[in-house]
Design a protein around this ligand. Structure first.
Ligand SMILES: [Ca+2]
Length: 402
């Protein structure tokens, strides 16, 4: 278990500033590959890539993160929090601040650019265990009136989703809305999001019991879609079930593009990580298929839906996912220690590009803020090469993702 840590001041030393250079991998990516139909498609021109590769970040100076002087047009990354122990989920409030979960401590912080993070609550019943603990967090689309916040967490017996209310800077529990999601030391899913339809989307993992993924009666290895009360959402494939899609191993990234298509990242086992386009009622293949059907012995069954992009697991381990203002998918890679940018062209994908390689280490989370800038969370305090100031939350320059 990671050692207990305390929240620290934003750390903006020269050493840290040296780590802030935003780099883009301009060489040919060695292993990610798109579907045959899209592999030959040229990537759209990418101001984000060209600008980040040619305009290294200027060194941050003490006080810059707390002065509030940084504007959305800034060309430098901004550290908004450092010294966090396994920060995991991040969801924005209407005022542009973010709620952030700490997996092992079971705490929720409110993080604002230009201010110190403050604790807004601890979640009852969290039992951190391996990859389990307090994971995803989501904010109601009607937050201005209902003040609702949802969290996904591991207990001693399951994973579950709880609903709370944020009153001022205090989280007040309401109730558990969904329970009985299989849990384990690994493969807990958990990156909940409120969709454009206002429903709560809940990606789960197989909790290392792979046969749960295709089983429609299990909540493991699924993407679930429920109401704010945890009931199966209207329009689900089976009106009596929360299951939207199945055959997933461990989904930890969900995001919708501008046409409201749902994309999801998924951890493979030993060979292929995935970016999937999620469609209602589909089976995404696990455990019969890892990656694409053509790459899996005996996996050619047309019942299974292939991913649009696959990476070798050491290049990705894709956790968070966001769609940038530029319409591209941004994937936070843990083992791959980089931010992947995947151009999206309708329902097909262009060639992935690696950003931030060698900059921050393992990346757990990426989310698009209300002003369009991308926020990332590092994850070096868990299975990583921990460096001074880890783990940190960084807002990338406005040019990244545009
Ligand atoms: Ca799959």
């Amino acid at each position: 278990m990671p050692k207990p840590r305390r929240l620290a001041l934003p750390l903006l030393s020269g050493l840290t500033a040296g780590l802030l250079a935003v780099t883009a991998c301009t060489g040919s990516p060695p292993s990610p590959s798109s579907t045959p139909s899209s592999a030959s498609s040229p990537a759209p021109s990418s101001p984000a890539t060209s600008s980040t590769s040619t305009a290294p970040a200027s060194p941050a100076t003490p006080g810059s993160a707390t002065s509030g002087a940084t504007t959305p047009t800034a060309t430098s990354p901004v550290e908004v929090a450092t010294g966090l122990d396994v920060p995991w989920g991040l969801a924005f409030l209407p005022d542009g601040s973010a709620l952030v979960t700490l997996r092992d401590e079971g705490r929720v912080l409110r993080v604002r650019e230009g201010a110190q993070p403050v604790e807004v609550g601890r979640i009852d019943g969290v039992e951190a265990n391996g990859e389990g603990g307090l994971l995803g967090i989501a904010v109601s689309r009607e937050f201005a009136t209902d003040r609702r916040v949802f969290v996904y967490h591991t207990t001693g017996e399951d994973n579950r989703v709880a609903r709370l209310r944020l009153e001022g800077d205090r989280l007040v529990p309401e109730r558990v809305i969904l329970s009985g999601i299989p849990s384990g030391g690994i493969h807990n899913g958990g990156r909940i999001k409120v969709g454009p339809d206002g429903m709560l989307w809940v990606p789960t993992g197989d909790a290392s019991e792979r046969d749960q993924a295709p089983d429609p009666s299990s909540l493991g290895g699924k993407i679930l879609r429920v109401t704010a009360d945890g009931a199966p959402a209207p329009g689900n494939p089976d009106p009596s079930s929360p299951v939207w899609s199945r055959g997933h191993r461990n989904v930890q990234g969900l995001a919708w593009d501008g046409e409201q298509r749902l994309w999801a990242t998924e951890f493979g086992q030993n060979t292929w990580d995935e970016l999937n386009l999620i469609e209602k009622g589909r089976d995404y293949g696990w455990p019969t298929v890892e990656g694409r059907r053509q790459d899996t012995a005996g996996g050619g069954d047309a019942r299974y839906t292939d991913p649009l992009v696959v990476w070798s697991t050491d290049q990705a381990s894709p956790s968070g996912l966001a769609i940038g203002v530029d319409g591209a998918a941004y994937v936070a890679a843990l083992m791959g220690e980089r931010l992947w940018r995947v151009p999206l062209q309708g329902s097909t994908t262009g060639e992935p590009q690696a950003l931030l390689q060698g900059t921050y280490g393992r990346l757990r989370t990426v989310e698009r803020g209300p002003d369009g800038r991308l926020w990332i969370i590092t994850s070096n305090t868990f299975r990583g090469d921990e460096r001074d100031g880890d783990d940190r939350i960084v807002i990338l320059p406005a040019s990244t993702g545009r």
